[in-house]
Design a protein around this ligand. Structure first.
Ligand code: HEC
Length: 116
């Protein structure tokens, strides 16, 4: 076997590996769908950290309603992020528990998708 032949075999193997990789990427995308709708990071955080007090749809419970209210009470998103970070009374502060990105994502969610 010449050196050139060996290089050709290695090339072919690399191409085959790349093809398998691409096929697996597509296969994964297909199987991930199922019946569940994709959840945004903000929605997932809300469900995990806020929903128990503010309600599934943000209409309130132990905590006040957020949906449709927060953009009026906090015209500036920075103020709402600061409130959620600091907490107040029975509302726990999330500074340290959530990263800045997570705080932004969950607050964004309450202002947009939650109806706010
Ligand atoms: C343990 C229950 C509880 C949890 C969990 C909770 N909250 Fe609250 N939240 C409250 C209470 C109670 C208040 C009212 C505080 C006050 O004004 O004294 C409040 C107030 C708020 C307000 C201010 C509403 C307004 O109109 O002024 C925002 C915004 C808010 N919460 C967002 C969140 C977010 C976002 C999360 C999740 C990251 C969360 N809360 C988790 C109980 C909770």
């Amino acid at each position: 076997m010449t050196f050139k032949q060996i290089v050709k075999i290695i090339e072919a193997a690399a191409v085959a590996a790349a093809l398998v990789f691409v096929i697996m990427l597509f296969a994964n995308e297909g199987s991930g769908g199922g019946t569940s709708t994709p959840v945004s990071p903000g929605a997932a955080l809300y469900q995990a950290k806020c929903q128990s007090c503010h309600g599934v749809d943000g209409s309130g419970g132990l905590g006040p309603a957020l949906a449709g209210v927060v953009t009026k009470n906090y015209p500036n998103i920075e103020d709402q992020i600061a409130f959620v970070a600091a907490g107040k009374g029975t509302m726990p502060g999330f500074e340290g528990e959530l990263t800045e990105d997570e705080l932004l994502a969950v607050v964004e969610y309450t202002r947009t998708e939650l109806g706010g």
